[in-house]
Design a protein around this ligand. Structure first.
Ligand code: BG6
Ligand code: MG
Length: 219
């Protein structure tokens, strides 16, 4: 049978989560706000604007709109400088092979990301054309954990939500998948992603027979 395979981008397909972390940490430091792994975990999957709002909330700080906008532009410029260094080697282990296997068996594949930089990043990595549909931060109005991004992806693939499998590294993204009634598979540390239907440290840890079982799995 066919499933809709929906992939998050940052931290699932490519190792850009570390770049977001560095850029947010620098911005927080400039505002005198503490920012470590635990805070970063809360920002994964969260839109650019909402991320800065959260950082300000944590630091109990407010800034005027102009400063807010300027900080975000600066954060994105620093992020994109790091993105410039990306090569195919930064595709996370096992992802490329998995995508190719899915294509071989003619399974529909989509990207479902909060990032507004998703399309250029996929092109840079040379894997843009492996996706039948792309929904990113430029296409949606409601951010994860709202299911909009994944529901839109299913619609573009012409597949029902109940047949979708979502791969996510973020808490917000796992919640979005669950809210959409989709199977949620976490990539990362099980303790962070306890709401996922299943968690693997990486695609390399996903057994071949599990990949096969996915085709028949229901929520
Ligand atoms: C998500 C990342 O994929 O995209 C977040 O997990 C990031 O860390 C968000 O803030 C928005 O990305 P961008 O590229 O539009 O700033
Ligand atoms: Mg992610």
């Amino acid at each position: 049978s066919k499933k809709a395979f929906i992939f998050d981008l940052d931290g699932v397909v490519v190792d850009t989560a570390k770049f977001h972390f560095v850029a947010w940490q620098k911005l927080a430091a400039e505002l005198g706000i503490a920012f470590a792994e635990a805070e970063n975990e809360q920002l994964k999957g969260v839109s650019r604007v909402r991320s800065l709002e959260k950082i300000l909330e944590w630091g109990n700080k407010s800034i005027d709109q102009e400063t807010f906008d300027r900080k975000l532009i600066q954060k994105n410029e620093e992020y994109l400088e790091m993105v410039e260094t990306l090569t195919q080697d930064d595709i996370l282990p096992g992802v490329h092979e998995f995508l190719l296997r899915l294509r071989e068996s003619e399974q529909p594949i989509a990207l479902g990301s909060a990032s507004k930089n998703a399309r250029p990043i996929l092109k840079k990595l040379g894997i843009h054309d492996l996706f039948d549909a792309i929904v990113d931060g430029t296409d949606v109005s409601k951010a994860k954990p709202d299911p909009e991004v994944f529901l839109n992806a299913c619609e573009l693939l012409n597949m029902p939500a109940a047949n979708a499998i979502v791969f996510e590294d973020s808490i917000a993204g796992i919640q979005a998948a669950n809210n959409a009634g989709m199977i949620s598979i976490g990539l990362g540390e099980a303790q962070n992603l306890s709401e996922a239907d299943e968690v693997f440290e990486s695609f390399l840890d996903m057994p071949q027979d599990y990949q096969q079982q996915l085709l028949n799995k229901t929520k």
